[in-house]
Each structure stands twice: as C-alpha cells, then as structure tokens.
Write a protein that binds this ligand. Structure first.
Ligand SMILES: [Zn+2]
Ligand SMILES: [Zn+2]
Length: 162
C-alpha cells in the first residue's frame, strides 16, 4: 500500500498483509434470531477464499469503501490483517441455474452471504433487502447479499454471532 505515492497521500495505510491462521467458529446452519444484533469492528465474516470481511466503516466511522484505498484485489491491510469492506465482483462468479448468485462467504452468525444478484440475475439494491441486508426466498432460507451500496455486506446480524 506504500508503493503508490498518489494513493498514499490520500490514505496513508502503513500496513503490510501477512498470512496467519484464524479461527471463527459459528453455528452451521445459522438460524435467524428473535432480534438482530449490531455489527462491531473487526471481522464480521469470511469469504470462501479465506479473506476476512470487515463491516462498512473505517476506524473513524466513515464509509470505508468511499474513503479508503484498496489494492487491485479489493482489500487492504489493518496492520497485518488483510480484509475486505465490500465483496469484490469477481467473487460473484458462480450463479445457480436460476441466475441467483452463489455463496461468496459466511457471516459470524453462520448465515451465508451471496453475491449481487437475485433470482433471474437482477442486481439487488438496499431496497430489495431488510435492515440486516438479507432476505428469504425459495429453498435458500434467510441469507445476506452483497450490494454496491453502503453497507455493502451486512447491516446487522440477523442470527446470533459467535
Ligand atoms: Zn479496512
Ligand atoms: Zn437471495
């Protein structure tokens, strides 16, 4: 992140990603709780490629996607912890026969997060989803979706995070 002078002037991120083993236990399958839970800072889930998902805000409480610089893969480090604040579109590459996105990862409440598209292939917006950024349809049960709009991944935990 420090090799790009113009970008470093905007977002001086001194971190360098480092490989490490992390363990985030969650219920499987996740279930919807009686009431949602707020998301905190740090890891809120993990994508199938092993990269950790953070929520939509940076340490100052601003929209991280709008205000922070990411690398060509869509992530950046916090110290050594490489993470995403939104789902890189290339991870949304395995739609089902109904053109609904495939699973791109799991949230800490055990519920899956899918890509950008609903049944038929239409791109979802916040108005298609509930306050936690999910919905329930067909045989999928409750699940989250990524969108291009803030909060990008989830707005709250619909299940119980561990
Ligand atoms: Zn970040
Ligand atoms: Zn869906």
């Amino acid at each position: 992140m420090t090799q790009y002078a113009a970008l470093t002037a905007i977002d001086p991120n001194p971190g360098t990603p480092a490989a490490r083993v992390v363990n985030y236990p969650f219920a499987s399958p996740g279930t919807v709780a009686a009431a949602p839970t707020c998301v905190g800072m740090g890891a809120i889930g993990v994508t199938l490629n092993g990269v950790v998902l953070y929520n939509a805000v940076d340490a100052r409480g601003n929209d991280a996607v709008a205000n922070e610089i990411v690398d060509v893969y869509g992530g950046h480090p916090a110290q050594t912890d490489y993470h995403y604040h939104s789902v890189p579109e290339r991870l949304d590459a395995a739609p089902g026969a109904d053109r609904h996105s495939g699973i791109i990862g799991y949230i800490r409440d055990g519920l899956p997060i899918y890509g950008y598209h609903s049944v038929g292939g239409a791109e979802l917006t916040n108005s298609d989803l509930d306050v936690c950024h999910g919905h329930s349809h067909g045989t999928l049960g409750y699940h989250y979706h990524a969108t291009m709009e803030y909060p990008y991944t989830i707005g709250c935990y619909r299940g119980t995070p561990r």
